[in-house]
Design a protein. Structure first.
Length: 483
């Protein structure tokens, strides 16, 4: 099985979010399972810097109406083959992959990611300029969404296509004038095509024209087929429900392993969970919390956004403190939320500690030192921290949405009896529902036998990319099967 994995970012070369983690880890896991996968990535400045001196030119492409581009062959540190689009006028710029230094989107993002999609289509077609031909073109998020549309209008044999949604909220919307700018025929600009409420939607193009669709958890696959999480595309996704598969992401189990983590003062595993109290003490000391062994510490590591539900934490904190609990928060984002957490920390010094910004080492210490981890997201396509937390023996309180449902088993009498419970879920996105779930978690925390059971069940689950890769490998087989 040959797979071309087209993406706009991938660790360790370039990252803005979770897509990069998937794009760096999944191809490597797939290769280890025998899939011949190559990754196609734009040649941003950092990417060209990484591969400088270790690449070779495979082809020079002149595809109207785009500027000329060279296709470079290189490799990730993991040895996964890498194909890089070398077009400095589009990609080798200051700022980020999608935005200028000031935070505004690049005004030519339609052309920049239209070219990425168009080259992906060229490499997946019988007229490809290189000898390696994929059986499946795997497109990821809106930045590669036009590739299936291009292939639909290119006569001749082609690879089959899979379109993966990592976050449906980002759709790549551009005005109708972008249609000729990216070389699409006007015949594609219709409801049964790339048109979306009078504009061009890169993501809708992929969802309409791709042979199969996937997203990053089974629950999210169901949620996006209706409002409010369909973001205007729920009708199309419901229509294509039989073509839509949800596969939960994995995590880097080497980087996130309490038995080997050099970022925490006391390493431990499932059989030595008593050592975790040393990390709790270190976390309290590091963040200025009262050194109380009996008071549960609630950890938060998050972007401060409406999606992540951090306003619910702010609203419920005063009541939660009376349980009692402590709160250790790391993150940044919305200014109102940042100020809200700062004010709570000022009013409740010793019980609440907040660090605005990001600190990789501290994030590991919070995962290890906290007793409970909070993820009150309004929606969460997959999520990673709930898997990190359970791997560290830190049960999660999470809203029952998306990948959180698929990776956290609510502690109920039934799941306790079945031996499957790992955390605490709540339905309504409200401070009251969050508080009730935290209250349940705190009661369980004080039942030491139950708490150890929750911790060990979470730690013993398989969060590796191997399981995800097996799912994608089977999906590729299905996608590539004869019509």
């Amino acid at each position: 099985m040959k797979v071309l994995f087209a993406t706009s970012e991938a660790v360790p070369l370039i990252k803005t979010g979770g897509l990069a983690d998937v794009s760096g880890a999944l191809p490597d896991a797939l290769r280890k399972q025998g899939v011949d996968v190559q990754v196609l990535l734009p040649g941003y400045g950092p990417v060209l810097g990484w591969i400088d001196g270790s690449s070779q030119v495979l082809a020079e492409l002149h595809i109207a109406p785009f500027p000329p581009v060279r296709l470079l062959a290189a490799a990730f540190p993991s040895k996964v083959p890498l194909l890089v689009l070398d077009c400095p006028e589009l990609y080798a710029r200051g700022g980020g992959p999608y935005q200028q230094v000031g935070g505004d989107d690049w005004p030519d993002n339609d052309i920049r990611f239209g070219l990425l999609s168009r080259v992906a289509a060229a490499l997946a077609h019988e007229a490809s300029p290189i000898s390696w031909r994929p059986d499946v073109l795997h497109c990821n998020d809106w930045q590669t969404g036009l590739a299936p549309a291009y292939l639909a209008f290119m006569p001749g044999a082609r690879a089959r296509t899979l379109m993966t949604i990592h976050n449906l909220a980002y759709q790549g919307i551009f005005p109708p004038t972008s249609v000729p700018r990216v070389g699409l025929p006007w015949d594609s600009f219709k409801v049964d095509g790339v048109e979306f409420y009078g504009n061009l939607s890169f993501l809708k193009a992929g969802l309409h024209y791709a042979d199969r669709l996937s997203t990053v958890s089974p629950t999210y696959a169901r949620e996006i087929q209706s409002e409010p999480l369909g973001f205007g595309l729920q009708g199309l996704l419901a229509w294509r429900a039989k073509d839509l598969t949800g596969i939960v992401n994995g995590i880097d189990i080497d980087a996130w392993n309490p038995a080997t983590d050099e970022s925490i003062p006391r390493r431990y595993k499932s059989a030595t969970l008593a050592r975790k109290t040393d990390d709790k003490r270190a976390l309290q000391e590091r963040m200025g919390l009262e050194p109380s062994a009996s008071t549960p510490v609630l950890g938060v590591i998050s972007r401060f956004t409406y999606q992540k539900g951090l306003d619910l934490v702010v609203a419920a904190t005063e009541r939660m403190l009376k349980l009692p609990v402590q709160l250790a928060v790391l993150g940044s984002g919305d200014t109102i939320l940042e100020n809200g957490f700062r004010e709570l920390a000022r009013q409740h010094a010793g019980a609440i500690a907040v660090q605005v910004g990001f600190d990789e080492a501290l994030s590991h210490l919070i995962e290890a030192g906290a007793d409970v981890f909070l993820m009150p997201s309004r929606y969460e396509p997959c999520g990673l921290n709930q898997m990190y937390s359970q791997r560290y023996g830190t049960p999660v309180v999470a809203r029952a949405t998306g990948g959180l449902v698929d990776t956290v088993v609510d502690c109920t009498p039934q799941t306790r009896a079945a031996g499957t419970a790992t955390g605490f879920l709540f339905e309504e996105a409200s401070p009251e529902a969050l508080y009730a779930a935290v209250e349940r978690a705190v009661a369980a925390y004080h039942d030491r036998r139950l708490w150890r059971q929750l911790q060990r069940r979470g730690m013993d689950r398989d969060y590796s990319w191997d399981a995800s890769a097996k799912g994608y490998s089977a999906l590729y087989d299905s996608v590539a099967a004869p019509l």
